[in-house]
Every structure is written in C-alpha cells, then in structure tokens.
Write a protein that binds this ligand. Structure first.
Ligand code: MG
Length: 375
C-alpha cells in the first residue's frame, strides 16, 4: 500500500463570522493505491496565498507519492527538508505541509480503522469545554452583549470576541467604549462565563495603552487578552507581563514548534494559539503543544476555518495535555456546517468526543468542487 495521488483544491467561501468576507483555504486529498483517501486543509486565508499553497502542494506531491500512508513523520520531515530554502520552517511552505500532514493523519486513521484521536494516544481529558468564537459586529453595545449572551446561553462556557474587525463595532480603539463593552457582555452572559478579548490587526496599541487596558480588563475578570501587542514584540510583552497579571495570549501566527518554543521561553505568553492548518499540521501542532505542556502553558487551537481544521482541532484538543478548551463558531457558516457530514459541535457546552476512522468526517466533494477558485 503506497500513496498514489496528492491533489490540491484551492477554494473560497463566505465566512459569516467574519462579516461575510471571502476567505480561501487550500484543501488536499491524498489517495493511496487501494483507493482509501484522507483530507487536509492549509489555512492560507487570502486568495494569492491559497494559490501559492496549491503550487507548493503540487510541487511536494512527487515526494509524497510512493511513500507509505502510515509513515507520516517521515513524510513530514522530508517536506521540511525539501523546502529548506524557501520555507526554512516558515511561510506558505508551512501551510502547504499542514494541509498534506492533516490529510495523511486522516488517511492513516482510515487505513487502520482508528480515529486520529486514538492515533494521537487517546483523550487525556474526560470533557472539553467549548467557548464561542465571535467578532464584534454592531454599533450598539447592548445589542452586541445580548447577541453574545444568546450564544453562551446554549451552554457554551464563554466567548472570545475579536476586536478591530470589519463592521460597526469599533472595538479596541477607545478605552471607555471597550470597558463599557466588557461590562455589558459580562453582565449579559452572567456568572460562570468567561470573556476573552482578541485584538485585531487594525488595533495598534503601544505598550502603555496595552498595560492600561490590561489592568482594567483584569479588574473586570477578563479571562485572557489576545495579541494586545501583535504577534512579535518580546520587549513589549515583557513589560506588559511585568505590569499586569492578566493572562496573555498569542502564538497563532507562529509557523512551527521552534517559533512556539521561542515565545514560550520568553516567559510572556500564557495561552499559546496554535493553528493546525498553519503550524505544520497535526504533527507540528502536537510538537508545539508538548512544548507548552512542559512549560505549563495553555495551548489553544486556532479553530477558525473549515470543518476539516475543526475536526483536527477537536482531536488535538482532546489529545494534548496543554489544551483546556476549544473555540467553536456558533454563527452558522457553510464551511463549518455543510462541508462535512458530522461537523464538530457541543452538548451543554462540552465538545463531542470524535469517533469514526481518521478525522471522523466525510467531505462533501461536490461542495469542494463548487467552491474552487480560478487558478
Ligand atoms: Mg486570535
């Protein structure tokens, strides 16, 4: 049994959670000589990056074809070594490797009739709490708070809200408005629910602003503050860490376990974002999450893409000691809900345990073909 075919599918779709903007990702289907196949996803998000990922995957294909679908680590190392000049363990090469790696784990599970979770060693926790992943949407703070609380009333244990996004929310720019928002959301959700604040690229805070906002959020019990100083500001984060006790989250823009080790070793990150569609796949995520666990840091899947990355995030979050919860998108989106037969979801706020071989999902291939981008 050998890998026979590697196919890349650059697709784009509207993302309701992100103000209906078009997002694109590169999906991968890997088929073996017996006709078994697995699916993966690279989170390139932008059309030009998705097309570039497609080309890299097609370039990687001859290195993957002919290998055993059971020998994932060997293939993963081969691709990293091959892309030494243009990737050096980073950039779109990491996204392409991620897509192939996730497809290989799905395929291996199907070959062995085992779930990816079991291949990873099985669940290390009995339950995995879920929180809502949302963006600020409206001009009216009360209406936003009610909308967020409506989602957490389904049992979700809290909400992470993206600031600085498209739309009329205007969060992350004005301190008084931000504090009014936090107070309103906490009051609307009620006790026992967590609020996480995630700064967007349009929010550019200097260190004193970040410290002032972090202190005010900390007083209000905000569970964590994400990317208040972007993804790469070691001195700024050190100053923020020294000045406040709020949990600081970043890392989702790292490309690999080496980058995660660097930020963990800086002592300035408490919750490390990891995107399996970017951080060199399930293999890369697990290595990075192990680094987090060794330093007693929380790892948190950046589960903000299609149902394929959702299923990978579900398996990893049950399997990795460093993970503690999982973000779900409660706003209906076809890429999460319609692309697969059994999308990841929760009951009373707890994520379902995955089952079925591989990622435990069947892809709607007609939907993939109908979403193909021009290349
Ligand atoms: Mg984020």
């Amino acid at each position: 049994m050998k890998i026979a075919k590697v196919e890349a599918f650059p697709v784009s779709y509207r993302e309701p959670t992100d103000h209906n903007r078009f997002r694109s990702v590169c999906l991968v289907k890997i088929t073996d000589s017996d006709g078994a196949f697995g699916w993966g996803e690279g989170c390139a998000y932008f059309p030009e990056a998705t097309r570039a990922a497609q080309k890299l995957i097609e370039g990687f294909a001859p290195l993957v074809v002919g290998e055993s679908p059971l020998h994932i680590e060997r293939i993963w190392l081969k691709l990293k070594e091959h892309s030494w000049w243009y990737g050096t363990g980073a950039g779109i090469a990491s996204i392409a490797i991620s897509a192939i790696d996730i497809a290989l784990w799905d395929l291996k599970g199907k070959r062995l009739n085992a779930s990816v979770l079991d291949l990873l060693g099985g669940p290390v926790r009995d339950r995995l709490p879920a929180i809502a992943s949302l963006h600020g949407t409206k001009a009216d703070i009360g209406a936003m708070a009610d909308e967020i609380a409506g989602h957490t009333q389904t049992g979700l244990h809290g909400a992470k809200v993206g600031f600085g996004k498209a739309g009329d929310a205007r969060l992350g720019f004005d301190e008084a408005r931000d504090l009014e928002f936090v107070d309103a959301v906490m009051a609307a959700m009620g006790p026992g629910k967590d609020l996480m604040v995630d700064l967007g690229v349009r929010n550019v805070w200097d260190v004193p602003t970040a410290i002032r906002r972090a202190k005010a959020f900390e007083e209000r019990g905000v569970a964590w503050l994400e990317e208040p100083l972007g993804h790469d500001d070691p001195k700024g984060y050190a100053a923020l860490r020294a000045a406040t006790g709020i949990r600081i989250a970043y890392g989702e823009r790292e490309w690999n376990a080496d980058g995660v080790k660097r930020i963990v070793d800086s002592g300035t990150v408490d919750v490390v974002g990891l995107d399996p569609g970017r951080v060199e796949g399930i293999t890369g995520f697990r290595k990075a999450a192990e680094i987090c666990a060794l330093s007693r840091r929380q790892a948190n899947a950046h589960n903000f893409s299609t149902a394929i990355v959702g299923a990978a995030s579900q398996a990893l979050s049950f399997a990795c000691k460093a993970c503690a919860l999982l973000e779900l998108q409660p706003v209906y989106g076809p890429a999460q809900k319609d692309l697969v037969d059994r999308p990841i979801w929760h009951t009373n706020g707890d994520v379902h345990l995955p089952d079925g071989p591989g990622l435990g999902i069947v892809i709607d291939e007609d939907m993939v073909l109908s979403a193909l981008m021009d290349t």
